[in-house]
Design a protein around this ligand. Structure first.
Ligand SMILES: C[S@@+](CC[C@H](N)C(=O)[O-])C[C@H]1O[C@@H](n2cnc3c(N)ncnc32)[C@H](O)[C@@H]1O
Length: 238
């Protein structure tokens, strides 16, 4: 491990849900830059070297710290929550490092999407219900407009990141029958995980009356409470 920056997926929060490779890199790192409150402190306990919270640093500042450390022969890990490839803003960091002739490697992680599905006991793609999972987010500060309405028309399983504070707008927008199951999982896999289940019609009200304001996954679709489904050919058809 040297000469490059490792973008490591920290997993959703539970320290046992980081990969063996991610864990080994954390233990070996001289410097770990982590994404603020999104990364669970429990995962940081694997780190023996220096840690820097990247909250408030701009891309130039972040890049300079990583470049200087690599040039000092330090082993550098950039730790991102869940899987780095989902809403991780890693590509701009990889490009900025490349411009300074520093290579990168991505080590995948367990996304909060999969931790939320596990906590709900849900199979995201279920034969006879839907074969399609859509991963998206609502418009906001860093996104002018979204396509949630269009994407919902075919009634896929939909996983919505970065959107629990907009749940009312989202549920007004989607074109599922109102009785379609919906769920919100706050801090999936953390000690203080919280789950709210309901329907497209009532989940926004339930969330509004809860303490959940951020760090939550919204899932919509019949896979949450399937009325019926087809058994997989893998185990013989029904
Ligand atoms: C910047 S994105 C990062 C997503 C991350 N790369 C992943 O794969 O989970 C942050 C959003 O991910 C979701 N999220 C992250 N960790 C979560 C968790 N433990 N439980 C539920 N949602 C989580 C929330 O929607 C949060 O607003």
């Amino acid at each position: 491990m040297s000469g490059k920056v490792y973008f490591v997926g920290a997993g959703p929060g539970d320290p046992e849900l980081i990969t063996l490779r991610g864990n080994a890199l954390l233990e070996d790192a001289d410097l770990v830059l982590y994404t603020g409150s999104l990364v669970s402190q429990e995962v940081l306990r694997y780190v023996k070297g220096e840690t820097i919270n990247s909250h408030g640093l701009n891309l130039d500042e972040l890049t300079e710290i990583m470049v200087d450390a690599v040039r000092d022969n330090k082993k550098v890990v950039r730790l991102h929550t869940g899987d780095p490839s989902l809403y991780g803003a890693i590509y701009e960091q990889i490009v900025a490092l490349k411009e300074k002739n520093i290579e990168s490697e991505i080590v995948p992680g367990v996304s909060s999407l999969f931790a939320a599905a596990a906590s709900l006991g849900v199979q995201l793609t279920l034969s006879g219900v839907t074969e399609t999972l859509i991963v998206t987010r609502p418009a906001g500060e860093t996104l002018e407009s979204d396509t949630i309405r269009e994407l919902s028309k075919y009634h896929p399983t939909m996983a919505i990141f970065l959107g629990v504070h907009k749940i009312e707008e989202i549920m007004d927008k989607v074109e599922y029958p109102p009785e379609t199951p919906a769920a919100v999982v706050y801090h999936a896999s953390w000690q203080d995980e919280e789950i709210i289940t309901g329907t497209v019609a009532d989940i926004a009200e339930k969330v509004k009356n809860s303490r959940i304001k951020q760090s939550a996954m919204i899932l919509i679709g019949d896979v949450i409470h399937p009325e019926s489904f087809r058994r997989s050919h893998l185990y013989g058809s029904q």
